[in-house]
Design a protein around this ligand. Structure first.
Ligand code: GLV
Length: 307
């Protein structure tokens, strides 16, 4: 029996090294050097190509290398009935919370703008941006960790999710009909939703029109949460003052994409919360052992909810 690593835009050898540092690790293979496909009982995947999971008749576990599983669930030839797990970890949540706090501070304190002034040898002072109200769309592991860090730092935090949530100091909005209300007081709107058919393009003109004029968008969810042209419109009409985008419909972001050169868009390369290789290796091996001994898996995805 063997684990097969299928990673795109992530280093399979580093993951292999972390897996093999555990004495109980079974044989590990790296795609496309699969050997006998009958040997593969577990795959670890990130941004795999549709169809490639169909060649393993003894597959018993599909483990996502990251928190998001939309790329797995959208594969039309996903083998039926094989459990899917995702990576849920404190390091992931803490990093995300810190990244979002950093993005808000960078904007409020104009830190990036001072680099621009510096490039022009310009001594020029700006007041801090005063608004400290944040709405987080999505209060799962990452969203709630972010909400907690922001409240600890004196921000007023609203959250929007499918069902009502109870987090100290966080005002909970929930369900379709409360979405617009959840954003209309916010100076910052942060997207940390899972990508599902109902959240695709949720960051669109309709929502932007409900947001406070001049507010700032931070998308650290998925590129497909955002209707890209709607954002360009909203920035043009100053409905929004700017956006920090960490995720894109196509990654890496194509060279000729208008976002690259947009003065009000701050781009980071899907780095808001990178997977900790040691932790993901430990978690997957733990689940592999559970699978072998017939115990319930941790962080198993419910395909109906899509996370
Ligand atoms: C990163 O984007 C992840 O889903 O873990």
């Amino acid at each position: 029996m063997a684990i097969l690593i299928i990673l795109n835009q992530a280093d399979p050898y580093l993951l292999e090294k972390n897996l093999k540092s555990h004495p109980d690790c079974p044989e590990v293979r790296i795609y496309p050097d699969v050997g006998n496909p009958d040997d593969i009982d577990c795959v670890i995947v990130w941004k795999h190509q549709d169809g490639v999971l169909n060649d393993y008749p003894n597959l018993k576990l599909i483990a996502s290398y990251g928190a998001g599983v939309e790329n797995i669930l959208s594969d039309p030839s996903l083998p039926a009935g094989v459990p899917i797990t995702r990576f849920v970890d404190n390091t992931l949540s803490d990093q995300m919370a810190e990244f979002v706090l950093g993005a808000i501070l960078n904007h409020r304190l104009h830190l990036t703008r001072y680099r621009e002034f510096q490039a022009a040898s310009r001594w020029y002072c700006l007041d801090f941006i005063k608004g400290r109200t944040v709405t987080i769309l999505g209060l799962g592991e990452l969203g709630s960790a972010t909400a907690r860090l922001l409240t600890q730092n004196g921000y007023e935090v609203n959250g929007w999710s499918r069902s009502e949530k109870n987090i100290d100091g966080v005002k909970s909005y929930f369900g379709e009909e409360q979405l617009k209300r959840s954003v209309n007081e916010a100076d910052y709107v942060v997207c940390l939703l899972p990508l599902t058919p109902s959240t695709k393009h949720i960051l669109n003109n309709d929502l932007f029109d409900a947001m406070k004029k001049g507010s700032y968008l931070i998308n650290v969810g998925r590129g497909d949460h955002l209707a890209e042209n709607d954002l360009l419109d909203a920035l043009h009409h100053e409905t929004l003052s700017g956006a920090l985008l960490d995720v894109f419909s196509t990654e890496p972001l194509p060279q000729d994409h208008p976002f690259w050169r947009h003065p009000k868009i701050h781009i980071t390369p899907h780095i808001s919360s990178p997977t900790d290789k040691a932790q993901v290796a430990r978690q997957i091996l733990d689940n592999y052992a559970r699978l072998m001994s017939g115990k319930p898996l941790l962080n198993q995805v419910d395909p109906k909810r899509a996370y």
